[in-house]
Structures are given as C-alpha cells and as structure tokens.
Design a protein around this ligand. Structure first.
Ligand code: ATP
Length: 818
C-alpha cells in the first residue's frame, strides 16, 4: 500500500489501525489495559499501535531522522513479532531479533529503561502480540505518559490529527483521567475542522481526507483518585487504596505502641474517595474530605471532642486521615500540619504527620485493577469497532459489577461539575454526583466511629442482635463483625457475639461485645469469633433453646454456602420452634465466591489477590528457568471463580474449572496449544507459562497427573512443575476491597433487621450484590438458585470470562466473528 495505508488482507477490506495511549498521571493497571487493548485489537483483526508519552507523543509523531521510519512511512519491522493471534498463525518468518518490535516484544527495553536509544524520536509504534507480554503485572505505564501543554492548544491537536492520519490510524483508545479524556473529546469534536484545514494546507491528500473522515475515540478511565463520574471505579484506584491501607496498618501498630496520634495525608484534590475508603478499611478515628467538610466552622473543637471520647474509652492510638484537598466549610484549606498542631496543643497528644505522596501511585497492580483494566480494555476495542460517525465517543465504566459504555463528554462534564459544586459550597450537590457507594460509606464511617446517641432507635425497637460465623474463614469476616458491633451500639442495640459457630452457641459460648473490644478487628484476617462447619440441624432444639436463653431477637450469620444452608435450616424449623421466629440475615463471606445469586462474597477479593501475588512469583521463577509450565492448584470447592479470575488477572494460558471439567480432547488441544506457543518463542527467550487448575476440576486428571502429562509431552520444548496454594488463599490481611465491602453490606444488614423487627416480620434473607444493585434475596430464592450437589450457584456471572482468558492467551481467533 501507499505510505500510511494499512495492509489490505485478501478479503479486500482495509484493516482497522487502532492505537492506544496512556496520559496524565500514571496509575496501576494502565499496562493491563494496554495489553488487553493490543491483544484484543489483534484478535479482532486490527493492526495495533501504541503511542508513547501520551498526547505528547502524538503531537511529536515520528521524527524524520528517527531510524528508517520517516513520518508518513509504514513503521519498520511490521508485521510485528507474532503478527497476529498466536496459535492461529504459523510463526512469522520475519527477522525476530534486531528489530525494535522484537526487542520490545520481550519487554526488556521499556522495563530496563534501555529502550530510549532505539526509541528516540519515535512515538507511534506498531506492536505485536508478544510485545505486551508480562504487562499485566507491572505498575505504572510502560509506554510512558506525560503532561502535554501543546495538546491544550488547537494547533497541537491539529498536529496530532496529522500524525494519526500519516500513520493511517483510524481509532484511538485513551487511558487517563478527566483532563486526558477532555483532550480526547476535543480532538474528536474538532476532527472535521482539522482534516479540512489539513487538506487545505496540502498536509494530507484528498484520498487521505476521504479515508480518515471519522476518528473513533474511546476513553478508559485510568486515575488513582476514583473521581470520574459515571463509573464506580477507575483503573488504579483500588491499588492506590491498597498502598494506603498497607501504610496505615503499619503506622497503626507503632501508634498503638507509643500511644501516639498520626495525621496521614492521602491523595485527592477534589475527591475524597481514597481518604474515605482508607478511613473505613483501617478503622481510622477521624477524616477530612473535600465533599463533606466539617459542618461546624470550629472544626477543631468538633474533632477534639470526638477524639477525646475515643481516648476516654481506652484507645491508645489516634489516626486521622486527611485528603490533600480537604477544607473547612468556608473553603479554607485544612492542612495535616494544622491538624497536628490542634492535636498536640489541645489534646496533648504526641502527634506525627505522614504524607504518603507518590507511594500511592507505585507498586504492582492488585488483582481487581488488572481484571478491571483487562475487561475494560477488551470492551474498548469492541466499542471502537462498533462505533459509527453518529455515536458520541464513549468512555468505558463499571457500575457495581457491570462494564458500561456512556458518552465520554457527559461523564467528563459531570466530573468537572463536582469540583464546581464544591467551589460553590454546594456539598450536598457534590455528593449527589458521586456513586451510591460513596454516600453509603460516609454513613457507615460516621455510624461505626462516633460514640454518640444521635442515631439511637426508640427504646421499644432495640434488639439483642446475635452475630455468628459459619463455614471456613474468609477475609473481611472480622470487619463485618466490627461493623455490626459498632453499628448496633450506635443504634442502641446490644451486639451479642456467638463464638465458634453453632457449636459455640450450644455450648453457651456467648458474650456481649464492646465498642473498644472490636476496635482492631477490621484489619485482621481469619475469624476472631471462630468458625466451623457444624450446621444448626445437628441440634435444632438446642439451638432454639439457647437463642431463647440469651434473648436473641435477631441473628446475623456471616459465612459462605454453609451459612446459607444454616439460614435455610433455621427458617425451615420455625414451625417447630417458636424461638426461631426472628429476622435472620446472611452476609455472604467465602473465598470461593460460591454463594448463589450474589456476584461477590466478602473474602473473594482477598483470595484472588493472594493467588495473583503467588502467580507473580511463580511466573518469575518460570520465566527465569525459561521453558517451564507451572500448574497452579487453587482451592475453591466446586466453584471455579478463584481459578477463572486468577487466570484473567495473572495472564494464565490455561484454566481448568469444576464447571467445565477436563477431558481427553481438551487436554490434547491444550498440550498442542502450549507446544505451538513455545515453538513461536524466540530462541533462548522463552517465557514461563501458567496453568491454573481448581482442585475439583477433575477426579481423574489431578494436578499431579496434569503436570506429568505436560512434562512428558513438552519434551524439549518445556518442562512442568506443580504448585499447590492450598489454605494460603484463606489467609493474609483482608484486602481493602473486602473490608470496605464488609462494612457497607453489614450496615445494610443491620438496617434490614431493624426494618423487619419494626414491621413485626421475621424474614430470612441473604444480602446480595447483583448487577448494579444491592438487595435482600429471600432464602427461598437463594435455595432455588443453588446447585446443592456442587455447592455453587446454577448460574455464575464470571463464566463468560473463559472466552476472554482464551482470547488473551492467544487460543482463539475472533477475526471471522461479527
Ligand atoms: P490525573 O488523574 O493525573 O489528573 P488527567 O488526565 O486528568 O490525569 P491532566 O494533567 O489534567 O491529567 O491531563 C493530561 C493531559 O491531557 C494534559 O497534559 C493535556 O495534554 C491534556 N488535556 C488536559 N486537559 C485538556 C483540555 N481541557 N483540552 C485539551 N487537552 C487537555
């Protein structure tokens, strides 16, 4: 083709050229997004490009003097390393070493910082399948980002337009914050103007004008602030929250030792999401966020009275979290230093300030950001391919658990509106523009932190609420208990702990819990109350008698599938035992996420993080020894959730779940697939590969058998080793996501028990997250949706991810699909 013209395949249709860039402040997960966009684009038959250094790279383009690729030429060394979907192509006989793409393909240049030499003067780069190898697990953005003043001016954007056309690029996926996306929207809105001007100037030909009449742009929100309207979560926010919680958890222990106060400043100029979530997840005593400044002008006194009351209760440490954009109700900036001075002078506390700064941006992305970025990156490509000149540019978002598309400009406008409302001191208005989680969490924080009486329900409506754990431990169970206890006290109820599950109840292992007793529980793994698998029907009469003896008015059961079965047994026995006629609520908590109906159980985020961390280490070892396939065995009972999401987050090549099972035919296909992949690797530069297998995926093809088969069949190409993660998945520190979710859902559970009690009803229900809503599903509905034999839901939302795992592994080719 002529310079800049994409290759025309045999069917005569011009291939779409799709480029991806990252812009603005970096955030963890941007690499995973780039990887997904590149791979999905190639799988869909597009030519994939990356633009280095954000908008800056697009404005600069490829300099004439840079190697042999002058502006307007088809970049060198294309087709890239693997050319298309691996496995669907015979290995390319293009030179694999020496060219930029091949070196980039091994990811060394960008990772080691040696790439600048080869890349100097070149910003718009054609990439192949293997060029994004290993991207998902790396923090920051490997293709670079920059702030670009030129792009703010129309001339700069015109140059960017010219560069896009010169490289024959028809579609652009931009990952960045609201600034970057505003830029994207401007570029698209001005496009007709740009191309007319470029034609007039003679910078482009009439043919180019006709071909590139429309630019397709899709936005991905990469930002640690989580400040974008219309999406519950931005790529990188969860990782930043992890970093903050790691830091605050560490500070907490030393604060407690020395009985100190700490003021911890976190990022967020206009958005208090990080500060709020960190405060909830770490059990902080006080916080300052821009959206909800202290109501009293004399915030100093309000803060001191809250903190003094905590000290009077017996607390040895004081943690205050402050967003960098915090201010009082008159918009006067509140600084960490000011807070420190107040605490030192008025309360006499030995106070230190810690500003977390850039540590919040760093480190490996957590599992959720990898998954979010991967799902959204793949969706961005679909959105590009289905967009028409008439459709407004979309931004990809997520609501609760649904990947969404919405007009980019609306989302940007709404986001900027929040800052405007804060500026105008319309705090209610600002809050209304945040997603529902924000408001819920704000309420939960106040109600579980403050020791005051303002939320008490009338005397006659107060209950003794039993809290019991059932089944295996899961991260977040303790955060749920802590919240239940604090929220009960705040509302005037009596929280009654039942230790050691239903066995403990029968043994009378029951005690009231205090505000201070549970203070540190939120951050702990395991189950402070103790848990086991004994169900109430082991002695229903005894259970009923004990509940009556301890005057329990309603019960909250925290646990997984067992807890749901327990709920069913209790509610089913009501006609026999009057004492069971009370509201019963179940909060799903299990690492395997096998509770039906709900899309997420507490603990299921922690387990994926443990798996992903382990896979990162294993992969490193596998890659160090080059040709090694690790077969990683996960827990998860009859449910393949951990394996599937773990595979998506860690970039595993193959995943085996109990739902799909393993048979001889797929085994042979998988062995052939792995052989093909190793054959395609550059000699001496093979990578390690991962196979993830749920422990119950097959009775015959055990993990050991599988490993042996792979070792045998791999011959000279690869060997194979087994790793079993076992109970490690239950352990560790609960992830902030599980902690905050536990808090949010527990508050709703107690509210529900109150409503039931007030209405003199005795419902039995599970709190579930479904699509974009949180609701209470009656136990009848829960049981109906259960596959009791395999102990999982009949339908599981994540099963559709199998296809994406296969696509990203290079196993399937989508080019012929509509
Ligand atoms: P962060 O989450 O770090 O704030 P961001 O994308 O909002 O990310 P910005 O620095 O605001 O970061 O924007 C990044 C780049 O996007 C800018 O350097 C500029 O090139 C471009 N950009 C921002 N705002 C505009 C605008 N109003 N018009 C055109 N381009 C813009």
């Amino acid at each position: 083709g002529s310079p800049g013209e994409p290759v025309t395949p045999s069917n005569g249709k011009r291939k779409t050229r799709l480029a991806c860039l990252t812009s603005g402040g970096d955030s963890a997960g941007m690499n995973a997004a780039v990887r997904a966009v590149v791979k999905m684009a190639i799988a869909r038959g597009c030519e994939a490009y990356v633009v280095r250094e954000g908008w800056e790279g697009l404005v600069r383009g490829n300099e004439e003097s840079a190697g042999q690729h002058g502006v307007g030429e088809t970049p060198l060394h294309s087709p890239p390393l693997a050319g298309g979907v691996p496995g669907s192509h015979t290995p390319s006989n293009q030179p694999k070493r020496g060219g930029f793409v091949a070196t980039y393909g091994e990811g060394e240049l960008l990772k080691e910082g040696e790439g600048e030499q080869t890349l100097r003067g070149r910003y718009i780069i054609r990439v192949g399948w293997d060029d994004v190898r290993g991207f998902a697990s790396i923090g920051g953005t490997l293709i670079g980002t920059a702030r670009c003043a030129a792009f703010r001016e129309i001339e700069g954007r015109r140059t960017a337009a010219l560069n896009l056309i010169r490289h024959g690029i028809d579609a652009l996926v931009v990952c960045g914050g609201d600034g970057s996306l505003t830029g994207a929207d401007k570029l698209r809105a001005e496009w007709p103007e740009h191309i007319s001007a470029l034609l007039e100037r003679g910078d482009i030909t009439q043919e180019q004008y006709n071909t590139y009449k429309n630019l397709k742009i899709v936005g991905l929100v990469g930002s640690i602030d989580n400040d974008m309207a219309g999406t519950d979560m931005t790529i990188g926010a969860t990782t930043a929250l992890h970093r903050i919680c790691e830091a605050v958890d560490s500070i907490s222990s030393t604060a407690s030792s020395h009985s100190r106060a700490f003021v911890i400043e976190v990022m967020g100029r206009h958005c208090g999401w990080l500060a709020l979530m960190a405060a909830i997840a770490t059990g902080a005593d006080y916080m300052f966020i821009p959206e909800r400044p202290p109501t009293a002008a004399d915030w100093q006194s309000s803060m001191c009275s809250v903190l003094q009351r905590h000290r009077d209760e017996g607390k040895r440490k004081t943690i205050v979290i402050i967003a960098e954009g915090a201010h009082d109700c008159n918009l006067n900036h509140i600084t960490a230093a000011e807070v420190k001075d107040v605490l030192t002078e008025r309360l006499g506390l030995d106070t230190r300030v810690t500003t977390l700064g850039h540590t919040q941006r760093g480190g490996n992305p957590v599992a959720y950001d990898r998954i979010l970025a991967t799902l959204q990156g793949a969706e961005a490509v679909e959105a590009v391919l289905s967009s028409t000149p008439e459709t407004p540019s979309p931004v990809i978002g997520i609501q609760e658990n649904k990947i969404t598309r919405q007009p980019l400009m609306e989302a940007v406008a709404k986001t900027q509106e929040v800052a405007k409302r804060i500026e105008a001191r319309d705090y209610e208005g600002a809050l209304a523009l945040r997603d529902p989680e924000f408001e819920d969490c704000l309420h939960a924080f106040r109600a579980t932190t403050r020791l005051n009486t303002e939320y008490r329900v009338p005397e006659g409506e107060r209950m003794r609420i039993g809290i019991v754990h059932t089944g295996a431990p899961a991260g977040g169970m303790n955060a749920a208990t802590r919240t239940a206890v604090r929220y009960c006290l705040c509302h005037g109820h009596t929280p009654v702990a039942i230790y050691n599950g239903f066995v403990g109840l029968l043994e009378g292992n029951v005690a009231e819990l205090t505000w201070l007793r549970v203070d540190q529980w939120g951050t702990r793994g395991g189950s402070e109350l103790g848990t086991n698998r004994t169900l109430p029907d082991s002695d229903m009469e005894g259970i009923a008698a004990k509940l009556a003896e301890y005057k329990i008015d309603s019960l909250m059961i925290v646990g997984g599938f067992e807890a749901m079965v327990a709920l069913n047994q209790l509610s089913g026995a009501r006609d026999r035992y009057k004492a069971l006629n009370m509201p019963l609520v179940h909060l799903p908590a299990t690492i395997s996420n096998n509770v039906p109906v709900t899309e997420w159980s507490i603990g299921s985020d922690t387990s994926i993080n443990v798996l992903v961390d382990a896979c990162d280490s294993i992969k490193q070892s596998a890659t160090a020894s080059r040709n090694r396939v690790f077969v990683v065995e996960t827990q998860g009972a009859g449910c393949g959730y951990i394996a599937m999401l773990g595979a998506l987050a860690s970039g595993a090549n193959i995943v085996y779940t109990p739902e799909k099972g393993i048979n001889l035919k797929t085994l042979v296909e998988d062995v052939d697939f792995l052989k093909r992949r190793y054959q395609q690797d550059v000699a001496g530069k093979s990578e390690g590969r991962l196979v993830i297998r749920s422990e119950k995926a097959s009775k015959t093809y055990t993990t050991e058998v599988l490993t042996n088969i792979l070792a045998e069949e791999g011959k000279d190409l690869f060997d194979s080793r087994l790793v079993s993660l076992g109970h490690t998945l239950q352990g560790g520190v609960p992830s902030p996501r599980d902690r905050t979710r536990a808090v949010r859902l527990t508050v709703k559970c107690i509210d529900w028990l109150e409503q039931q009690n007030k209405a003199k009803q005795a419902g039995a229900a599970t709190i579930v997250i479904q699509g974009a809503s949180i609701r209470f599903a009656d136990i009848g509905e829960m049981m109906q949706a259960s596959d009791l034999k395999h102990r999982r839901g009949r339908e599981q939302w994540w099963q559709g991810m199998q296809k994406l795992v296969d696509i990203l592994a290079g196993k399937v080719n989508l080019q012929d699909e509509p």
